[in-house]
Design a binder for this molecule. Structure first.
Ligand code: GRF
Length: 187
């Protein structure tokens, strides 16, 4: 069985979609660990409910960014995972981590990259008058929302869309696209 690690910082709705896909056999893999840099991330509850091992590597427990990076790197090294999935993990990886695992770490971003990196992607898309919003799955390097693109899915932005409605539409796409890409990469 292929081993998957998932890194989160928040709600974990993408995590949930991946949990469900593993359970249904759609993804031929097992989530062996969910790691969060936020103690109160709701995704941790989701993982625990699914009986998955969780680990908190909290930003607040380290004196420096370097120490956090070291702790994360060694946690990732402990498990020889086939795939490391960032699902709403709100931190840029250190160069050492990104280089070591390049090709094995993926991220999902709620825009049609290379457009609208960073936060508030839906506002940015609407304010730029874009016809389409969407999401991108890409390999992860040590730069924000960068790395080779693996897959994209787009959705029409209608005149009555707000950042919130667009976010919901895009999240629905994410929940289909991310499991599909993971399934493909592991098979
Ligand atoms: C998603 O929109 C994802 O694209 C972005 O962060 C959000 C995470 O949502 N990277 P969730 O925690 O999976 O619900």
């Amino acid at each position: 069985m292929k081993k998957i690690i998932i890194l989160i910082s928040g709600n974990g709705s993408n995590l949930q979609a991946i949990i469900d896909s593993c359970k249904s056999g759609n993804i031929d893999g097992e989530i062996v660990s969910v790691i969060s840099n936020k103690e109160n991330a709701y995704g941790i509850q989701r993982a625990m409910k699914a009986g998955i091992t969780t680990k908190i590597i909290s930003d607040d427990s380290f004196n420096s960014r370097e120490e956090f990076d070291k702790a994360l790197f060694s946690s990732l090294m402990e498990i020889e995972a086939d795939l490391i999935v960032l699902a709403g993990f709100m931190k840029i990886l250190s160069k050492k981590t990104a280089d070591h695992f390049y090709g094995k770490i993926i991220n999902i971003h709620p825009s049609l990259l290379p457009k609208h990196k960073g936060l508030n992607t839906h506002e940015k898309a609407i304010n730029s008058g874009d016809k389409y919003g969407g999401c991108t799955v890409h390999h992860v390097n040590d730069r924000m929302d960068d790395g080779e693109i693996i897959a994209q899915q787009k959705v029409i932005i209608t005149s009555d869309d707000t950042a919130d409605t667009l976010k919901q539409k895009v999240l629905e796409l994410e929940h289909k696209l991310y499991p599909k890409v993971i399934r493909g990469l592991l098979s």
